[in-house]
Design a protein around this ligand. Structure first.
Ligand SMILES: [Zn+2]
Length: 154
């Protein structure tokens, strides 16, 4: 890597260590040009290819983890679920989506994963999310869902 100060072609790495979240590597470099010898820092991180979400109307938008996070927060409002648990669910969903889908993911696949995760986490949060996501039009459909949930718990 070029020195940003004197444009010398070579610099050497003096120190490498992982960044705080473990997804980056921080390197201290030193210019090999003796007249310069200055130090600077570079960061190496995994290249995240963009994952596009294909919505029901076939429109596409870039995958945004924050959207899952917000949906989960809304569903878990006033429930005994910690922010850490929600974060963990988000990470797990994003990880599994990126494993399974290379470039595009149907929005339904995201919704299903969120529902599965909530089902394990908290019944009330699950029904809240599912009622919005599945657009339950009547009480009967909602009741069926709740009953099948109770059945599974037994
Ligand atoms: Zn230099």
């Amino acid at each position: 890597m070029k020195c940003p100060y004197c444009d010398a072609e070579n610099t050497r790495v003096v120190e490498s260590r992982p960044g705080d979240d473990g997804t980056t590597i921080r390197r201290r470099r030193e210019c090999v040009n003796e007249a310069c010898g200055r130090r600077f820092t570079t960061y190496e991180r995994l290249e995240q290819r963009p994952l596009m979400v294909v919505k029901k109307d076939m429109e596409r938008e870039e995958f945004a983890r924050e959207k899952i996070y917000r949906g989960l927060m809304r569903a878990c409002e006033k429930r005994p679920i910690s922010v850490e648990q929600i974060e963990a669910v988000c990470s797990e969903i994003e990880r599994s989506l990126r494993m399974e889908y290379e470039r595009e993911v149907p929005s339904s696949a995201i919704g299903e994963r969120v529902m599965d995760a909530l089902k394990q986490l908290d019944g009330v949060a699950y029904v809240r999310f599912a009622s919005v996501y599945r657009e339950f039009r009547d009480v009967e459909t909602l009741a069926k869902e709740v009953l099948s949930l109770l059945g599974e718990k037994r």
